[in-house]
Write a protein that binds this ligand. Structure first.
Ligand code: SF4
Length: 387
């Protein structure tokens, strides 16, 4: 059994902080992209022997922008190419682009869960982030999702330009008032990495690179400082946990039993197929990806080429880092059985200096990051990467 990720890159506009592989919803390449996506699904389903799909996630981009007939065509291809009986199917949505016909098409595909890009309940903050939806779009979107039986995740962003602690606290209270099963909260990331992002930027007319650079440099000046952002993160944990949400991953909180099973497959370094531009896969211990540029992706599929292997992947290192993202942590005994005593000794040596610093929690054979270490997790992860 594997999981399935399907990338739908289309968005109504490009949010200037976004690093995902996106493209305009009005792109003349949209029909060709969706045809390539279906061709890739058919090809992978056949090559992998029509595997059972345990969980599926439609991310983007803005999958909720797809028309009902586009969703139905995808559903037909997925059902004919895979043994598609998943426990959980999530799709990402913009609160302003949901309607009954689209929701019903997603439910016919098997959707059980919606991830709404709420980001904030403040009009000022949404404008500061360059978002196109309004605070008043969020509650009706949650209600519409509930009316068709979907569990709800709300995505939130903190550390925004001009944000005050009171504004963030109000966002957390407003999110809780919607009673979502799950909340994801991320600090605003502003670093531009041309090597990673150029391909996706080229999907937009004119590229947009100077605009992104200008926006991010202004936002860097206007955002709260690092200590304030760390305080916001701590506040997030305190407020959400008091409201009954468990902090099960660095940026994710859930009601009991409502953790995102699909994302847990990633964090437990399980097996998944990712299809579409910029999608990553992890199958039979090998990581691979597709190009993020629409034209490059379409050309690759139309040319009959497969996924691009990731040369630098190290399963032992990846597994340790991913496990430490989770509150359940890394079971060192199981890790030694899977990767050998040398790999375990490397992890032990990397983590030993952190004992006694309040950064680690050890429970039996498992080690996890403490609540206070989670905000600086990347500083721990870097210790696990061999020189
Ligand atoms: S809607 Fe989401 S995926 Fe699209 S540009 Fe904005 S943040 Fe990125």
């Amino acid at each position: 059994m594997i999981s399935l990720y399907v990338h739908i890159p289309f968005c109504a506009s490009r949010c200037p902080y976004c690093d995902f592989a996106t493209a305009p919803a009005t792109s003349p390449l949209r029909a060709r992209y969706l045809a390539a996506l279906r061709a890739e699904l058919e090809r992978e389903g056949a090559a992998l022997g029509r595997p059972r799909i345990g969980t599926a996630f439609f991310g983007g981009g803005t999958p909720s922008l797809l028309e009902p007939d586009e969703i139905a065509a995808l559903a037909m291809t997925i059902r004919s190419s895979f043994d598609f009986a998943p426990d959980e199917v999530t799709f990402e949505a913009n609160p302003a682009t949901l309607d009954r016909a689209r929701l019903e098409a997603w439910c016919a595909l098997g959707a059980t869960r919606i991830s709404l890009g709420a980001q904030s309940f403040s009009a000022r903050a949404l404008t500061a982030l360059g978002r196109t939806h309004r605070p008043e779009d969020i509650a009706p979107a949650v209600a519409a999702a509930r009316s068709v039986g979907l569990a709800v995740n709300l995505d939130l962003i903190f550390g925004r330009p001009g944000e005050t602690e009171a504004e963030w606290r109000a966002d957390l209270d407003a999110a809780i008032a919607q009673a979502p099963e799950h909340v994801s909260a991320y600090p605003l990331e502003l670093e531009l990495d041309p090597s990673l992002e150029w391909e996706a930027v080229t999907n937009w007319p004119g590229g947009g690179w100077p605009t992104l650079e200008r926006w991010r440099s202004n936002a860097t000046v206007a955002r709260p400082d690092d200590d304030a952002v760390a305080d916001r993160y701590a506040l997030t944990g305190t407020v959400l946990e008091a409201a009954g949400y468990a902090h099960y991953e660095i940026a994710n909180w859930a009601r009991p039993g409502q953790e995102c099973r699909h994302n847990l497959v990633y964090w437990r370094n399980g097996e998944w197929l990712g299809v579409g531009g910029g999608a990553h896969s992890h199958l039979a211990g090998v990581r691979s990806h597709q190009p993020a540029g629409l034209l490059a992706y379409i050309a690759r599929i139309e040319g009959g080429e497969g996924r691009i292997p990731d040369p630098g992947a190290d399963p032992a290192v990846d597994t340790a880092i991913l496990a430490l993202r989770l509150s359940e942590g890394l079971d060192l005994d199981a890790y030694a059985l899977r990767f050998g005593s040398t790999a375990r000794a490397r992890v032990d040596a990397a983590l030993a200096p952190l004992d006694g610093m309040g950064m680690l929690e050890r429970r039996g054979p498992s080690v996890a990051l403490s609540e206070r270490a989670r905000f600086v997790a990347s500083e721990v992860f870097v210790r696990l990467i061999p020189d």
